[in-house]
Design a protein around this ligand. Structure first.
Ligand code: SF4
Ligand code: SF4
Ligand code: F3S
Length: 357
């Protein structure tokens, strides 16, 4: 008897229609840049993969990444991720607690071949014991689980690059998973199976799409190809290969030189570019403008706010030189032009701008 049912078998067992699954695979395959027969092959490969076991470790984080996961919409987190995936350990979502939860984790680790998801940054060095669960430090928990993982997903900018916990002055000496692994010889070999999904939080459908991509590689015996699908920051190229600026609907205004000078001026109301208001879109690689948020409908620039660069390393500190928190927030959110409301209504519409949808 097989040890684990396939994804298809679990879908049938749970009464999830093949149609829903194909819809999910088609949407995911499109976001991965697949088309034609490759979409069918992708669905077949995902469906015939063994049901994955997932161990989810939460370190210095705000739970926003787990919140994001529960906003996956096609065919629904309850169907795809909580029913199909065997989520064997997740401190926030699991029913089990205490020893029962620890036993479930130990049993899953003993079986091996699981997907290890880590959210949150990891306190290190002299501060290693600043974050502890079940008498084990975060570094210790990572070491326990990493060896048997088939895939390690650092989820969210805290886990990928340190994020908010690592922002100046970084009191807990927080590190992202990759940095910690690179600095520890006992963890470094696992770097080959690390995938970073940055973002604060990451886009829900990028999470489910990446897991589906991994499952398709597993069932085809091609997991060795995974590193070739990643950028230099270990992020999947289909999702992080372009900047949010590249496909921003305000790009034609950027090209035409039409910029909003304050968040409520005539330019802002006309959908002009938010670059002068601090938008970090041109240097931020993410799929917000293509995969989008909220059931594929929205992203910050569509809602009238510039990109904060949340999927990039050191995004909190990157463009800010001051260490004064109040000034930092002011600069980060609005740039110096945030307060230049005197420029209101002085932004002429150019012929190019009128072509902007
Ligand atoms: Fe929270 Fe953002 Fe860190 Fe995720 S990446 S845990 S949403 S602060
Ligand atoms: Fe680029 Fe931002 Fe302007 Fe959009 S709003 S075109 S992302 S600078
Ligand atoms: Fe983050 Fe920028 Fe997208 S702030 S959510 S990467 S538009």
């Amino acid at each position: 008897m097989k040890e684990r049912p396939t994804v298809f078998e679990v879908l049938q067992e749970r009464g999830i229609s093949r149609r829903s699954f194909i819809k999910f695979c088609a949407a995911t395959a499109t976001s991965l840049g697949l088309s034609g027969k490759a979409v069918q092959a992708f669905a077949q490969a995902v469906g015939s993969a063994p049901r994955p076991s997932v161990i989810w470790l939460s370190f210095q984080q705000c739970t926003g990444c787990s919140e994001s996961l529960t906003r996956t919409y096609t065919p629904g987190i309850e169907n795809l991720l909580l029913d199909v995936i065997s989520l064997d350990y997740h401190e926030t979502l699991q029913v089990a607690a205490g020893q029962q939860a620890e036993d479930a984790k130990a049993a899953a680790i003993a079986k091996g071949g699981y997907v290890l998801v880590v959210d949150g940054a990891i306190p290190s060095g002299a501060q290693e014991w600043w974050s502890v669960a079940g008498g084990v430090s975060n570094v210790g928990a990572l070491k326990e689980a990493i060896g048997g993982a088939g895939l390690v997903v650092a989820l969210g900018t805290c886990a990928t690059f340190g994020g908010l916990p690592a922002a100046y002055p970084n009191p807990s000496n927080a590190k992202g998973v990759g940095d910690l692994m690179a600095s520890d010889p006992s963890l470094a070999p696992a770097l080959a199976k690390l995938v970073n999904l940055s973002g604060c939080p990451p886009i829900p459908d990028v999470i489910s799409g990446t897991i589906a991509l991994y499952l398709s590689l597993v069932s085809q015996g091609r997991t060795g190809e995974l590193p070739t699908l990643l950028d230099e920051l270990k992020r999947p190229k289909p999702y992080y290969g372009k900047t949010v600026h590249d496909t921003c609907p305000r790009l034609c205004h950027y090209i035409a030189g039409n910029f909003a000078r304050s968040f409520d001026d005539a330019g802002a109301r006309a959908g002009h570019c938010l670059y002068l208001l601090g938008c970090k879109g041109p240097e931020t690689f993410n799929a917000c403008t293509t995969v989008k948020w909220n059931e594929g409908k929205y992203f910050p620039m569509l809602a009238g706010h510039g990109c904060l660069g949340c999927s990039e390393p050191d995004f909190w500190d990157k463009k800010v030189t001051t260490t004064d928190p109040a000034t930092k927030v002011k600069t980060f959110i609005g740039g110096t032009s945030f307060y230049a409301a005197d420029a209101e209504d002085k932004v002429p519409l150019t012929p190019e701008a009128t072509k902007c949808a």
